[in-house]
Design a protein around this ligand. Structure first.
Ligand SMILES: [Ca+2]
Length: 264
């Protein structure tokens, strides 16, 4: 018959082994998450040069005009919930509006989806924390065009449901970043999924007076530019030159961002 002491020792060993397993699997899942976050933070080098920004006879997108931007790096993907959560944990910044709301695919259950419910100020603070910055509007458009000339969308003149997450795709929310094919520069979701905050203030007439080299928008303004359309937008809002704007403290369930970085 087994002694009580033996049974006690056996029970302690079982508990120790179980605790070790939990610790190991916790550490493995932490490592996986860290790897995912590193992948999500990948940058792509966008070759600088001259390109035609805007579109003639399209309201505030007009006129089409030549702009030169220096080479720069652009995030391959929109910033994700997992990335943004790291920022909040490290800095103590408040979690996004709508965090944990499944209908907006926001929160830790959706680590690979783009973060939404963040203001321009939040996006800018994240970019600084990450050692990056928000792209200038001209940089964003240069990157979105993916090397194509005179096209409406990152991959050509038309946009169908297989090319971007917008209303025609009928997905009723964001999808994990990178779910659609990239453009010519290897950037994903430059059309659709979420609108993206850029650095510039909005001025509807800015294209008429924009400087040629590295324009950075007006010095002051009440609104900040958002680009690219989102899951809740029709194809026309997803055009590479299409401009929209919101107050910098506004939060929206279809607006996120990605970061850029200087090329030195
Ligand atoms: Ca987007």
């Amino acid at each position: 018959m087994l002694s009580t002491r033996f049974l006690l020792r056996a029970a302690i060993w079982v508990l120790l082994i179980l605790a070790l397993n939990v610790e190991m699997s916790f550490s493995q899942s932490n490592q996986q998450l860290q790897k995912t976050i590193e992948t999500q933070a990948e940058l792509v080098l966008i070759p600088g040069g001259e390109f035609v920004m805007g579109k003639d006879d399209e309201g505030d997108c007009s006129p089409a005009h030549k702009v030169y931007v220096d080479s720069f790096y652009m995030d391959k993907y929109e910033v994700t919930n997992a990335q943004y959560l790291e920022f909040c944990k490290e800095t103590g910044r408040a979690l996004p509006e709508f965090w944990g709301m499944k209908q907006f695919r926001s929160g830790p259950d959706f680590p690979d989806h783009p973060v939404v419910g963040i203001s321009w100020r939040d996006a800018n603070a994240y970019a600084e924390w990450a050692g990056k910055r928000l792209p200038a509007e001209a940089e964003w458009e240069c990157a979105a065009r993916g090397g194509l000339v005179g096209m409406n969308y990152p991959q050509g003149n038309e946009l169908d449901s297989a090319q971007a997450n917008h209303t025609l795709a009928d997905l009723e929310g964001t999808v994990a970043v990178g779910g659609f094919a990239p453009n010519g520069y290897g950037l994903h979701d430059m059309a659709g999924n979420v609108w993206e905050w850029v650095a510039d203030y909005y001025d509807g007439a800015y294209h008429k007076s924009s400087p040629y080299r590295n324009p950075t928008g007006p010095e002051k303004g009440k609104l900040k530019v958002i680009r690219g359309g989102g899951w809740h937008s029709g194809p026309s809002c997803n055009r590479v030159y299409y401009r929209n704007a919101l107050p910098p403290n506004w939060v929206d369930f279809a607006v996120g961002f990605r970061c850029a970085k200087d090329f030195r």
